[in-house]
Design a protein around this ligand. Structure first.
Ligand SMILES: [Fe+2]
Ligand SMILES: [Fe+2]
Length: 284
């Protein structure tokens, strides 16, 4: 096998070098077997800037994978789609659903649109994206596995009930079946890359374990959604127990993990913990 490098390009916070910017969102570059694959694109305000600061040429990216259809993971698509090359974009078919967040504001509850801000026609027509929309677990490149829909099986991971979806004018809780993650085989063991883990980070680990037979994961990188826990149960504690059960050597959290949950993880895992902000990278 050859080395695999993962670099966080967009994140809520910016690390070094100088000139990186933060935005609420997530994007990571996977360099494997000489091929560059982009996982998520952030909100759209920092991808091009941060790539330039990190000397990453977005024109060299061969494939884009979207973790789900929220604006903070898909807003940077135009920065990476090259009409002349017809970029392959892999995601779950539900990414184009009309997604909303119901937020408490001083004036009462308000729904704001948080889906993809570009139409499918614009992305496929003007920007020549070639969408490959798949629902099931699949190896999408040598050693890179797409989770497909993740079964919700744990009793302590609860959906974020503020997240909604509209079908035929009716707004309901968004099951977020489009929430997918990646498993990347590396020289140091399997690495899981998460966008928001709306499916529940432990459900994601259990699903990859069932599909690949792995009982240990070397690293967990990305958004864990532990900062938006809702409902009963000790989701954070039990998720951290699962990180130990799967003997995760590196817990590199980002984005919707939230600062409070990240601090709790740091206090428990110490040397095994990293905060993966924009600019963070690791070679496996
Ligand atoms: Fe999300
Ligand atoms: Fe997110």
């Amino acid at each position: 096998m050859s080395q695999t490098k993962i670099t966080v390009l967009c994140e809520n916070t910016a690390g070094g070098p100088m000139g990186l910017m933060g935005e609420h969102g997530f994007s990571a570059l996977i360099e494997k077997d000489g091929q560059k694959t982009l996982f998520d694109t952030g909100q759209g305000m920092t991808l091009a800037n941060n790539a330039q600061v990190l000397r990453i040429n977005l024109a060299e990216i061969k494939m884009v994978i979207l973790s789900h259809g929220h604006y903070d993971h898909t807003g940077g698509l135009p920065a990476v789609l090259h009409p002349s090359r017809g970029m392959e974009v892999i995601a779950h078919p539900d990414i184009f659903a009309k997604k909303y967040a119901e937020l408490d504001t001083p004036g009462g509850k308000r729904s704001i649109f948080i889906g993809i801000k570009y139409s499918q026609d614009y992305l496929e027509g003007t920007l020549q994206a070639r969408f490959k929309l798949i629902r099931k677990f699949a190896e999408i490149a040598p050693g890179i596995f797409f989770s497909g829909e993740v079964p919700r099986e744990t009793d302590f991971e609860h959906p974020d009930t503020r997240l909604k979806v509209e079908h035929d004018g009716k707004i309901t809780d968004d099951p977020l079946l489009d929430d997918i993650s990646l498993l990347i085989e590396t020289d140091q063991g399997p690495v899981i890359l998460l966008g928001c883990a709306h499916a529940g980070v432990v459900n994601v680990m259990n699903h990859f374990s069932a599909k690949t037979g792995h009982k240990k994961f070397h690293a967990l990188i990305g958004g864990t959604h532990l900062g938006f826990m809702t409902g009963p149960g000790q989701q954070l504690e039990r998720s951290m127990d699962a990180f130990d059960d799967y003997k995760v050597d590196l817990i590199a959290v980002s984005h919707c993990t939230g600062q409070e949950a990240a601090s709790v993880c740091y206090n428990r895992f110490k040397d095994r913990f990293a905060f993966a902000s924009a600019g963070w990278s690791k070679t496996f």
